[in-house]
Design a protein around this ligand. Sequence first.
Ligand SMILES: *[C@@H]1O[C@H](CO)[C@@H](O)[C@H](O)[C@H]1NC(C)=O
Ligand SMILES: *[C@@H]1O[C@H](CO)[C@@H](O)[C@H](O)[C@H]1NC(C)=O
Ligand SMILES: *[C@@H]1O[C@H](CO)[C@@H](O)[C@H](O)[C@H]1NC(C)=O
Ligand SMILES: *[C@@H]1O[C@H](CO)[C@@H](O)[C@H](O)[C@H]1NC(C)=O
Length: 446
Amino acid sequence: MASCLCRYRWRFLFFCWPCILLLPIYIYVSLSLTYVMKHGTHPVLPIHFIASGIKLSRDLAPHPEESFWRNELNSGAIWNIIQYMTDSQQNPILNPRHLAANPPGVSNKTKRRRSRNGCSPDYEINQIMPDFLTLPKQMKDFVTSMHCRDYPLIIDPLDVCDRGPLAKSRAPTLLLAIKTQTADFVNREAIRETWGRSGRIKSRGGRQRLVRRVFLLGKSKDLRIEEKLQLESDKYGDILQWEFIDTFFNLTLKDVLFWDWFSRRCPHARFIFKGDDDVFVRTPALLDYLPAKETNGSFSNGSRQPNKMETFVLGDVIHRAMPIRSNGTKYYIPQSFFKGVYPSYPGGGGVVYSSSLAHRLLEVSQRVHLFPIDDVYLGMCLQRLGVYPIHHPAFLTFDFPKDKIKEPCAYHTILLVHKRSPAEMFQLWTETSTPSSECRNAKLRV
Ligand SMILES: *[C@@H]1O[C@H](CO)[C@@H](O)[C@H](O)[C@H]1NC(C)=O
Ligand SMILES: *[C@@H]1O[C@H](CO)[C@@H](O)[C@H](O)[C@H]1NC(C)=O
Ligand SMILES: *[C@@H]1O[C@H](CO)[C@@H](O)[C@H](O)[C@H]1NC(C)=O
Ligand SMILES: *[C@@H]1O[C@H](CO)[C@@H](O)[C@H](O)[C@H]1NC(C)=O
């Protein structure tokens, strides 16, 4: 019996010797793991993590000094703060339930604000903007009314585009939407008779295309010319007017309100030209330049190509512009209002985009806070859609480069030029409609 036990003990020792050796290691590992799980060895991350940047060094290209995060952009500038809040509210990852409960663009806060004081000025804003009292008048006016964009229509032309069952087949190829002010009657007359003619227009290539026209206006303070505008509207049916004061910083309202009008009254137009009333446009050449029939993007093998039409926007594209910081200029934007670089945008003198893009712009604009400069605002909306505007050198929103204007056939190489008087519009229209043999085959500027 004893010898038997002895034999087993030896066997036991022989097999378990490695286990016994490993036991301290096992205890050590378990203890460490328990400790790590309880206390953690990682440093606690700050709520707003900021990666430290790389300083300028001889061996490296210039890098951000402090941080890669644009934190400081969202502090101290009221537009950035409001937009940052809107973005966070709309962010489906940060705020999934909120998004489901509210339609895009309508947060409870803005809802409350709108219903509380309608579109009346919000003077409490100067508590948020410390330098409010030193701002120029147009900036003050903008800031106190920037929460509002629901202005009713005063004049709503119903017959610009066909309605009813034939609306789609009789939709215009190009809808001209021209920014103008009540007093600029002469400009409107010149446009109606030259580059802004409504009806079937022969393109340079000889095809007939349907073109329609509307003028976009706010209200002027002069009641007498307002009466004349009503007469003008009765005669031409191309006046579109809203109940807001027509100032430079209110031009963005013409974009957002026009997109809304367009989606209801002329949704099938294929392209939109939006521009100023002091430009000359070579409409027949522009008609040829517009991309041909809209492809739906679906191949028979089931793969989907991104729809080119949904991203079509063409103009004189300005890149990486900085806000103008000198008080006293028309474009002055103080630091306390906006910080950062403007996104790429097509100059507001004249820009062409597809109707499918216009519908997307209407939607995205509800999530982009109003900005006082209308073409920059368009750029901000495009940026959010991930759409890059296409630059075309034939859009001369800053007029011809020096001396180029003297070249023969100069006007036969452009699509748009700013700025031209009504008298010049007539003269240029005649000149470009009946080109001399020398200019007949002039190519667009590249
Ligand atoms: C927003 O308003 C809805 C009702 O209109 C309400 O149910 C919801 O709780 C509100 N959300 C917030 C964040 O106040
Ligand atoms: C900007 O100009 C206005 C007058 O146009 C003046 O009242 C104001 O003090 C100026 N503000 C700054 C910050 O210079
Ligand atoms: C824009 O129009 C509104 C409504 O008429 C007005 O209250 C506001 O002062 C205008 N804004 C500017 C910058 O002129
Ligand atoms: C589908 O067809 C298009 C054009 O015919 C082609 O460019 C694309 O590569 C095809 N896709 C697949 C997945 O075969």
